[in-house]
Structure formats: structure tokens, C-alpha cells
Design a protein around this ligand. Structure first.
Ligand code: BGN
Length: 379
């Protein structure tokens, strides 16, 4: 009897085990076909964060619960152990690491070399300058890759028929500005036609066009034939309007007079607007820089300058330009800055842009700026 009982019990146990096996097999089949329908994506869940199958798509499918899982089924949900994993932010492992915010650029950049050897006898080509400055981008722009500069500097060069000088300027200045960690763009403002040259008006045009192009807050105005001989003469803006070219070779490496503000100067946007920009009415050579100096002092500012050993410049020798004769009115005009500066300046500027061309090493803006008003007849 007891043997019979034992046999029956064993039989029941066997049936139960068989049933369990069957149920298990059924579950396995369901799971298998469900996974199959997901295009054999079975491995992606195991490779998560490691293997080649870890494409963002597959990853997204299994983990992004919040965005809804359109093709998932309860079975497939069960088939993954994901719901058992601690909830981690899935994207963190897979997005490329967010670049570290750059540190501010140092006040005194590392890597300056000091005194530079400047000569104008070797022939320079723009192709060579381009090859030597591969990180300068279209329009002559550059941003330091390893630090965050405080200022954005537009360098503005009044121009007409000085292509050879421009090559030297670009050849020497791009590497200097790069070492100085300046965030900059170069703007050549080319006066079209052969009417009398007007340097200060071209500088006003440069300011106006540069701020249309990018958010500059510092403007450096440079003649095309002036090359700094020391890279410690930093091309950015200062607390007061800056005069950079204080010791030119042609003046025996000295300031020619205390109020000299010619050659290379720099003003922040605020300083520039405070003096209503530069005068538009100085046609021909001379006086416009003295007028700018007057504007600065009349508006309660002072000129700041580098050390005389650092502010040294070489000027490229050249013949006197045609159509830029000394302006006979300059003597009387500079006596009158106080009365003219509010009317004549950035507020009254009129010109016509004919073309804007972005070259690899600079932006060229060709403009018509008109001609001097007819002289009043004597007598
Ligand atoms: C000055 C010129 C400046 C010029 C410097 C250096 C005048 C105004 C009348 C005195 N100023 O004499 O414009 O930058 O020489 O060349 O001529």
C-alpha cells in the first residue's frame, strides 16, 4: 500500500516537473520570438556601454523609458534585466564628453618671444602666409583654442593700392596676434576711386562694418605699413584709449611729440562711442590723428602707452601716395575739434559699400566714401 502511495506521489512530482518544463519552454519560445522580432537585437542589452553594438539607437531603444518605447512588449521588458538595474542616466556613458570650459586667457600670454626681427627684403606670397597660418579662418579670423579671451578685437586697416605692404603686414601680424592669444578679425577698408584719401573716415567705416560682422568690443586701427618689433606690445584694449606705435624707426624710435596718436591706436567700443568716433572731414594727409587725440582729452580720457622699449615699430619705406597730399586745412581744423566733434563723427558717417570679400587671411571691404567738398574761392 505504502509502495503504491509512494509511486503515485512520484508520478505527481514527475508530472508537475514536466508541466513546469513545458511552461518554461513556452515562456522561452515567447521570449525568443519577441527578441527575434526585434531584429536580433538581443546582444545590445548585454553590450551596453561596451561593445560595438552600442549604437545610440539600440541603446535608446532599451533605456529611454521616458520617451516611450513604441515597439517594446511586456515580454521584451521582462527579457531584459534593465528594470532591475539601478536607474542610471543612460546618455552619460554615450554622448561624447562635453568639452571642459576653457580657462580665461592669462593677462600676460605664455609663449611670447619679445623682440622680433623685422625685414622687408624677402619676397612674401599670400600662399606662403596662408600655409604658415593654417588656423586663421575665412575673413582673417582667429580664436585661441586653449583659453577664453576677455575681448573680441577688430583690426581695421585703411587701404588703397598697398598690396605689397599688406603681404608683409599679414606675414608678421598673424603669428604675433596668435601668440598674444587675441580673438580677432582683420578688416581691410579699401577706398575705391582716385579721389583724395581719407584715413579717419575709412576707420569709421571699418568700425561700422566690423560690428555688423561680429560682436567686437575692441577696435585697433593700424596703418598697413607699420609692423611691431616686439610681441609684448599686446593688441587689445585698455582702460584708456591706447597708442601702440610710440617708437617708430622713422622718428628715431621716439615719440615725435607728446600728443602724437598716429600709426596704430586702439579704443574699446565704449571709448570709441564716447568721442563720437573719428572725424570724417580730414581729406588728404595729416591732422586726423591729432583731432582724435583732442577728442580723447576733451572727453576726459587719457592716452595709455606701452613702455618705449616695447612700443617699437618698423615702417615699410615707400613713395608718398598719390592723391594723399598734405591737407592745407589741417592746422585750422585741429584747433576746432571741440566745436566739430559732436556733429562730425560716427553719428554723421555716410558711405557706400561696393563689395565685401572674405579671403583666407583678411576681409576686404571696398567702399565709396565721396570726395572733399569744393574749396571756398578766395577773395
Ligand atoms: C603731424 C601730423 C600728423 C602726423 C604726424 C607724424 C599735422 C597737423 C598740423 C600740425 N599733424 O604733424 O597727422 O601723423 O605729424 O607724421 O600735420
Amino acid at each position: 500500500m505504502s509502495r503504491l502511495m509512494l509511486g503515485r506521489t512520484l508520478e505527481r512530482i514527475c508530472k508537475a516537473v514536466l508541466l513546469l518544463c513545458l511552461v518554461h519552454f513556452l515562456i522561452m519560445m515567447i521570449l525568443y520570438f519577441d527578441v527575434y522580432s526585434q531584429r536580433f537585437d538581443i546582444f545590445s542589452r548585454f553590450n551596453n556601454g561596451r561593445g560595438a553594438n552600442n549604437s545610440r539607437g539600440a541603446h535608446h531603444y532599451y533605456y529611454n523609458f521616458s520617451s516611450g518605447r513604441p515597439n517594446t512588449t511586456f515580454a521584451s521588458y521582462l527579457a531584459t534585466a534593465d528594470h532591475l538595474l539601478p536607474s542610471t542616466k543612460p546618455e552619460a556613458n554615450h554622448t561624447p564628453p562635453t568639452p571642459k570650459p576653457l580657462p580665461p586667457c592669462p593677462e600676460v600670454p605664455l609663449g611670447l618671444v619679445g623682440r622680433l626681427l623685422i625685414e622687408f627684403s624677402s619676397q612674401i606670397t599670400l600662399e606662403r602666409v596662408q600655409r604658415e597660418n593654417p588656423n586663421v579662418t575665412e575673413g582673417g579670423k582667429y580664436t585661441p583654442p586653449d583659453c577664453r579671451p576677455k575681448q573680441k578685437v577688430a583690426i581695421i586697416i585703411p587701404f588703397r593700392h598697398r598690396d605689397n605692404h599688406l603681404k608683409y603686414w599679414l606675414h608678421y601680424l598673424h603669428p604675433v596676434l596668435r601668440r598674444q592669444k587675441i580673438d580677432y578679425g582683420i578688416y581691410i577698408i579699401n577706398q575705391l576711386g582716385e579721389d583724395t584719401f581719407n584715413r579717419a573716415k575709412l576707420l569709421n567705416v571699418g568700425y561700422t562694418e566690423a560690428i555688423k560682422d561680429a560682436e567686437y568690443n575692441c577696435f585697433i586701427f593700424s596703418d598697413v605699413d607699420l609692423i611691431p618689433m616686439d610681441d609684448r606690445n599686446l593688441y587689445h584694449c585698455y582702460d584708456q584709449p591706447r597708442h601702440f606705435a610710440i617708437a617708430m624707426d622713422k622718428f628715431g624710435f621716439r615719440l615725435p611729440y607728446a600728443g602724437y596718436f598716429g600709426g596704430v591706436s586702439g579704443l574699446s567700443k565704449k571709448q570709441f562711442l564716447k568721442i563720437n568716433g573719428f572725424p570724417n572731414e580730414y581729406w588728404g594727409w595729416g591732422g586726423e590723428d591729432d583731432d582724435i587725440y583732442n577728442r580723447i582729452t576733451l572727453n576726459g580720457m587719457k592716452v595709455s602707452r606701452p613702455d618705449v622699449r616695447i612700443g617699437r615699430y618698423r615702417m615699410i619705406k615707400h613713395e608718398r601716395d598719390k592723391h594723399n597730399e598734405p591737407n592745407p586745412q589741417r592746422f585750422s581744423k585741429i584747433q576746432n575739434t571741440k566745436n566739430t566733434m559732436r556733429k562730425d563723427g560716427i553719428s554723421s558717417l555716410m558711405y557706400r559699400v561696393v563689395s565685401i570679400k572674405k579671403y583666407p587671411l583678411y576681409t576686404n571691404i571696398s567702399v565709396e566714401i565721396g570726395k572733399p567738398p569744393p574749396r571756398p574761392l578766395k577773395g
